[in-house]
Design a protein around this ligand. Structure first.
Ligand code: GRF
Length: 218
C-alpha cells in the first residue's frame, strides 16, 4: 500500500531548531506529514546531526561545489524533486533561491521570516525593529516567490518589544513561538483549505489579510 501521508522536504543551513519543531509536531500528531529528506547546503550544519539522530535521510549539497547560483539551484531542485514532496520547508536555509527554483516549487514552498512582514525583509530584522522604535516584533510564515521575503503570508505571531530588549533577547523569546507557528501554518497548507489566486490567499474561499492570519500560542 502506498503511504498517502503528505511528505515534506526540509532545507536547512544551520542549527535546525525549526526542523526539530517539525519532527516534534509530527511525533505529537499536530502535523500530519512525514519528512522525506533533510537537505543542507552546509556540510557541518548542526541540524544534520539532529536529523540523523531522528532517523531521517539527510543529503548535503555544498553550494561552493557549483560554479554559479543557477547550477546549484538546478542540482538542489533535482534533489528536492526526487522526493516528490507535497511541501518544501525552508528552515533557516541561508541561500537566496533563483526564480527558476522558486517557480519549480511554486505554491508548495514555505519560509519563516523573523519579522512582521511586509516589515523588514532581509537580515537583522530584530535590530531594525528596535531601531525603528516598534512596539512589536514577530514572525511570518509565507509562500516563497521571486521577491525576497515577499510572497503571500499565511500566518503571523506577534511579540511585544520590551524597553530592555536587544536583538538577541527578542530572537530568544521569538524562537519558541516560531516553533509552534511554522508547523501550524504547514498543517493549514496541507489541509487544502488555502487557495492562492493571483497572489491573493484565501482560507475556505475567504481572502485573508495580506499580513496573514493572526496566530497566538495556545
Ligand atoms: C529562524 O530564526 C528563522 O526565523 C530564520 O532563521 C532562523 C533559523 O533557525 N529564517 P533554525 O536553524 O531553524 O534554528
Amino acid at each position: 500500500m502506498t503511504d498517502r501521508t503528505p511528505s515534506l522536504v526540509m532545507l536547512i543551513s544551520g542549527r535546525g531548531s525549526n526542523m526539530e519543531a517539525f519532527i516534534r509536531a509530527i511525533a505529537m500528531g499536530a502535523l500530519d506529514a512525514r519528512i522525506a529528506a533533510v537537505i543542507s547546503n552546509v556540510s557541518g550544519a548542526p541540524g544534520l546531526d539532529l536529523a540523523q539522530q531522528a532517523g531521517l535521510p539527510t543529503r548535503v549539497l555544498p553550494h561552493e561545489d557549483y560554479p554559479d547560483r543557477e547550477s546549484f539551484d538546478a542540482a538542489l531542485g533535482d534533489e528536492v524533486a526526487s522526493h516528490e514532496p507535497d511541501l518544501v520547508i525552508l528552515a533557516g536555509f541561508m541561500r537566496i533561491l533563483t526564480p527558476r527554483f522558486v517557480d519549480r516549487f511554486a505554491g508548495r514552498l514555505l519560509n519563516i521570516h523573523p519579522s512582521l512582514l511586509p516589515k523588514y525583509p532581509g537580515l537583522n530584522t530584530h535590530q531594525r525593529a528596535i531601531d525603528a522604535g516598534d512596539s512589536e516584533a514577530g514572525a511570518t510564515v509565507h509562500y516563497v516567490t521571486g521577491e525576497l521575503d515577499g510572497g503571500p503570508a499565511i500566518m503571523q505571531v506577534r511579540l511585544p518589544i520590551q524597553p530592555e530588549d536587544t536583538a538577541d533577547s527578542l530572537a530568544q523569546r521569538l524562537l519558541p513561538l516560531e516553533h509552534q507557528l511554522y508547523p501550524t501554518a504547514a498543517q493549514l497548507h496541507l489541509s487544502g483549505k488555502l487557495t492562492l489566486t493571483n497572489g491573493k490567499l484565501a482560507l475556505d474561499g475567504k481572502t485573508i489579510p495580506p499580513t496573514g492570519l493572526d496566530w497566538s500560542p495556545q
